[in-house]
Design a protein around this ligand. Structure first.
Ligand code: GAL
Length: 710
């Protein structure tokens, strides 16, 4: 963010002050009064008391005579919301300064007549051809110094002054035009911000300015990055390079980590640049942008303090060929909710058919699953689900990315399923409104750590998120909700925090973790924790460095090799395979829970448990690879921490809960093709029929149960 202080386009202090003023002056009751705090935006109130049930709609791509029929079919399916216009810059401004919004007025009028409200995209993800022809350097430059050619989308340089001027003009014009239109509820800024990395001189200068704002002096920067290594000491700010790949060998890890932070900040500034205009011109409308779950170029937790609510794009069919890996999208929902302090969110693009671009990327899913996936979003805190897209495109790159309807517009099986759900969410809205997820267990995600592992994965098979899945899935199989939290957030209220491979640790984070454990919390740390400081420099302390006292262990030897078989052996002789990395632990105050089974360190501690003040710290020195290990280990952890678990859920069944004022809402999702039963251990009411249910609830094949209990 600070790099803009010295950028001629951005001007100086007055703009920053007006941003601050704009951010503090959002009136409407539904719109957040304070940002960053829990539950400050009520999406259902914002949509007039209705659950947001929507589709992404591209009227510009269809004949106007079709619009009314589309709106009628949407209304018949219970659709009350659309997202429009996020790629329509060329249609909104066909030539410089000539604005054409009449088509969008007409579309909004028709949709509105059918009870459908809209979020409008600012169209900046796809700059028009005339603009890029006039200013070819708007296109981002790749690491080899080559500018991208016109075409595709998301191809702009975030710091290009011509681009920013054009963005300012179109966003201002759009906001002015629609500010009093009651059919427009708010804005989606750009589309899936976060790329591409650009290596041109605008970005180089911006990075150098960002470094200067952060370090103030070159001495401080040289010290922080350890530039004495290979004699990279900088004697002028203008010598600082971008981490382009046209160099021999690799870059300094300190420089690279700061570059990731810079890029994330620059993206946030770009969103803020638009948010500032929108808030000034149309302060009564809400602001969001569509994000991408586990996408890791951006620290969403910092970006999202700018937004009224989080929205994200959820495609459970991608990378999930048999559709049984249902915890992947579950974790995406939890991470997105956590990125704005657990506030309810919406899905701006929810899977509506088979994905694909030049080819289809999966097999067709049974239509019923599209309803189950949408309920999964609700179960994790979504107050809105908007399907991508209403109808598959006839042209362009996404002819194979299925919408609800195919190109022929036939009201197919997916439409019927979605229409059924439309009736249900209408009934459920009063129950859902004001209800939130609640959890005693959290996973700590560290953007700095994530980036540092991108720069130095440290071991061939290392995957930061893999451990998240392993611990997350085990907690979820035991019927627990899990929050995802970020380092700057509040840790109070959790009983168990799992912090996989906490590689980069800052002093404030160490203090927070110490306070959390000291006051009775349980912390799980895993291998490669406490290795690096804020600047991506290795600690001088014996590992796990500043976390050693909490963990009650020291690491004098480790084995990063990947090909060798290794096993974890528990006290009762149970053996579990493990891979990726092996920390050989020397307990100081900790007790040994498991040892290694192979190699020269067989019998040496692999997993320990340490009492620290009122709390407990587990250290897992390796990455066990079997689910049996995690089921058993996490059960042990939860029992000790006083977190009540349920008997393991049947395979293919997910349970998640929301709560409000003494009422608990259970969501049971069945992702399998057979009916299954779950013993909830208490009697409930079916939220859709009102019927009482016995403790054992039947969940139909590819079905859902929504139940309440007081
Ligand atoms: C999303 C994107 C949409 C559309 C969709 C299918 O990531 O936001 O605009 O492209 O993927 O490819």
């Amino acid at each position: 963010m600070n790099e803009q202080l010295n950028d001629p386009f951005w001007g100086t202090l007055p703009i920053l002050i007006s941003v601050a003023i704009a951010l503090c002056s959002v009136p409407s009751s539904a719109v957040a009064q304070t940002r960053g705090a829990r539950h400050t935006f009520d999406l259902i109130a914002w949509n007039g008391g209705q659950f947001i049930y929507g589709v992404d709609y591209y009227p510009e791509a269809w004949n106007e005579t079709q619009w009314e029929k589309d709106a009628a079919n949407m209304q018949a399916a219970g659709i009350n919301f659309v997202r429009l216009g996020e790629f329509a810059w060329a249609k909104m401004e066909p030539s410089e300064g000539q604005y054409h919004f009449g088509w969008l007025d007409r579309a909004l009028q028709i949709l509105s007549a059918y009870g459908i409200k809209a979020v409008l995209g600012t169209p900046t993800a796809s700059p028009p051809a005339w603009l890029m022809a006039k200013y070819p350097d708007i296109a981002a430059m790749n690491e080899d110094g080559v500018r991208y050619r016109y075409g595709s989308r998301r191809n702009y340089c975030l710091h290009n002054p011509h681009f920013l001027a054009a963005v300012k003009a179109i966003v201002t014009a759009e906001a002015e035009h629609f500010k009093n239109n009651p059919a427009v509820l708010g804005w989606q800024i750009d589309n899936e911000v976060g790329g591409p990395y650009c290596y041109d001189s605008y970005c180089l200068t911006a990075f150098q300015n960002w470094c200067r704002a952060k370090y103030q002096t070159l001495d401080a920067l040289n010290q922080a990055w350890g530039t004495i290594f290979w004699g990279h000491t900088y004697s002028a700010w203008s010598q600082i390079p971008l981490p382009w790949n046209t160099l021999y060998s690799v870059h300094n890890p300190g420089l690279e980590l700061d570059y990731h932070r810079f890029f994330s900040d620059a993206t946030r500034d770009f969103v803020n640049f638009q948010a500032q205009i929108l808030r000034q011109v149309a302060p009564q409308k809400a602001i969001t942008t569509n994000e991408m779950g586990l996408f890791d170029d951006i620290d969403y937790s910092r970006l999202n303090t700018l937004l009224d609510f989080v929205a994200w794009d959820n495609y459970p069919m991608i990378f999930n060929p048999d559709y049984q890996d249902y915890f992947r999208s579950a974790l995406g929902h939890d991470l997105m909710r956590g990125s704005k302090d657990q506030q309810n969110f919406m899905v701006m693009e929810q899977e509506g058919g088979v994905p694909g671009w030049t080819a289809f990327w999966g097999k067709q899913a049974p239509a019923a699953l599209f309803r189950v996936w949408a309920y999964q979003a609700i179960a994790h805190g979504a107050d809105g689900v908007c399907y991508f897209r209403w109808r598959t495109s006839r042209f362009g790159t996404e002819q194979y990315w299925q919408g609800i309807l195919d190109q022929d517009g036939y009201l197919n099986a997916r439409y019927q399923v979605i229409a059924r759900m439309g009736k249900e969410v209408k009934r459920l809205a009063p129950l859902l409104q004001g209800s939130h997820t609640n959890s005693q267990v959290a996973l700590l995600v560290s953007p700095d750590t994530r980036w540092a592992f991108h720069i130095q994965p440290t071991s061939k098979n290392f995957d930061y998120y893999r451990q998240f899945y392993l611990y997350y899935d085990a907690a979820r199989r035991l019927g627990l909700n899990v929050d995802v939290i970020f380092p700057q957030m509040d840790f109070a209220g959790y009983r168990v925090i799992v912090a996989p491979s906490l590689f980069v640790v800052s002093q404030p984070l160490i203090q927070k973790l110490t306070q959390f454990v000291g006051s009775g919390g349980t912390l799980i740390l895993t291998y490669r924790s406490g290795v690096k400081d804020d600047h991506n420099e290795v600690t001088l302390e014996t590992l796990p460095g500043p976390l050693a006292r909490l963990a009650g262990v020291l690491i004098h030897d480790f084995d990063p090799q990947v090909a060798q078989k290794q096993e974890i052996v528990e006290h009762d002789g149970s053996r579990y395979p493990a891979d990726v990395w092996y920390d050989i632990l020397t307990p100081t105050t900790a007790r040994t829970l498991a040892t290694y089974g192979e190699r020269y360190y067989a019998g040496k501690p692999a997993i320990t448990e340490n009492s620290f003040e009122k709390g407990n710290v587990f250290y897992v020195g390796a990455q066990p690879s079997s689910t049996e290990f995690y089921d058993r280990f996490m059960k042990h952890v939860f029992d000790k921490a006083g977190v009540a678990t349920r008997p393991a859920l049947p395979n293919g069944i997910e349970l998640a809960t929301r709560e409000k004022a003494g009422e608990k809402i259970f969501f049971l999702m069945n992702y399998t093709n057979r009916d299954q039963s779950v013993n909830l251990g208490e009697t409930t009411h079916n939220a859709l029929t009102g019927a009482s249910e016995s403790t054992v609830v039947r969940v139909p094949a590819y079905g859902v149960q929504v139940l309440t209990a007081r």
